[in-house]
Design a protein around this ligand. Structure first.
Ligand code: NAG
Ligand code: NAG
Length: 269
């Protein structure tokens, strides 16, 4: 469907790097440098842009080196999984660390300037939601057990959902709190699973809101990977005032939701 006609391909070849899209391999390799940084407690595996690198933690600009993720020493990870968005030149990684006095469940989107995502490529933005004790339904050990049981393998070709539809489903999910009609625009597998922090709901479509909140969930940032049917949206969960920065990742198979994961912080004063 997206096959370029020869003329367009010829024009694209004449354009500078800005028109290049990123490769899956490069994006996943860069995501791996982030995992290496976390597990060694050092920023050196990361190729951060020397000018204009930005770090956001829980929706606020912050100093990466001073983040609790780096100042509390190397973290031992029990699980990590990454997806790649070759159009946006971005990746999404979730990791879980159950060891130590401060367990973590962390959702991170990494962005690259277009065309510079190879292994030595540059990271322009690390945008992360850090959940720990006290956050919504937080229990890293329980979350680990639930996530380990899921299948995030490649979705077979015939069962894949387009990028535009994945984005639509991700947005419709976040719109359920404010738009009474959003729920009915989403399809669900009868055995789909929802993991909100460590709270488990199956089938995942039950008990979800049909409007009611005045303020829409804002500041949405997307990482979309058609090969595994994933749309991750980092946002500010403004529809519920006690809830703060949040990540909602959905896996879609054959147009219907299979898994929903949330990593959600509470609004701290
Ligand atoms: C600096 O980084 C921000 C966030 O990634 C981006 O929106 C902006 O366009 C960048 N500015 C320049 C001059 O590259
Ligand atoms: C599509 O996914 C569903 C849900 O996992 C599965 O039941 C079905 O067999 C899959 N179909 C194909 C063609 O892979």
């Amino acid at each position: 469907m997206t096959r370029a006609v020869p003329l367009l391909a010829a024009i694209a070849a004449l354009l500078p790097l800005a028109s290049a899209s990123c490769t899956r391999e490069g994006l996943l390799a860069a995501a791996q440098t982030y995992i290496s940084a976390i597990t060694t407690g050092s920023l050196s595996p990361l190729h951060l842009a020397t000018t204009n690198f930005t770090y956001h933690e829980n929706n606020k600009a912050a100093d990466l080196a001073k983040s609790a993720l780096f100042t509390s020493g190397p973290l031992k990870l029990d699980l990590s999984r990454s997806t790649a968005d070759t159009v946006a030149c971005a990746s999404y990684t979730i990791f879980i660390s159950t060891a130590g006095t401060k367990p973590y469940v962390v959702s991170t989107q990494i962005r690259h300037p277009e065309g510079t995502d190879d292994v030595t490529g540059t990271i322009s933005l690390i945008d992360t939601i850090v959940a720990t004790k006290g956050d919504l339904f937080f229990d890293a050990t329980k979350t680990l057990t639930l996530l380990k049981a899921e299948n995030w393998g490649v979705v077979p070709e015939g069962n894949r959902t387009s990028r535009a539809e994945l984005k639509r489903i991700g947005d419709a999910y976040l719109d359920m709190w404010t738009d009474a009609k959003a729920y009915a625009t989403i399809e669900w597998w009868g055995d789909c699973e929802r993991v909100e922090g460590s709270q488990f709901t199956k089938p995942c479509g039950v008990g979800l809101p049909k409007g009611g909140s005045a303020k829409s969930n804002g500041m949405r940032r997307y990482v979309i990977d058609e090969t595994v049917g994933s749309v991750d949206i980092l946002c500010s969960f403004d529809s519920i005032s006690s809830i703060g920065p949040d990540s909602h990742e959905t896996r879609v198979e054959g147009g219907k939701i299979k898994y929903v994961h949330t990593v959600t912080t509470m609004n701290r004063k």
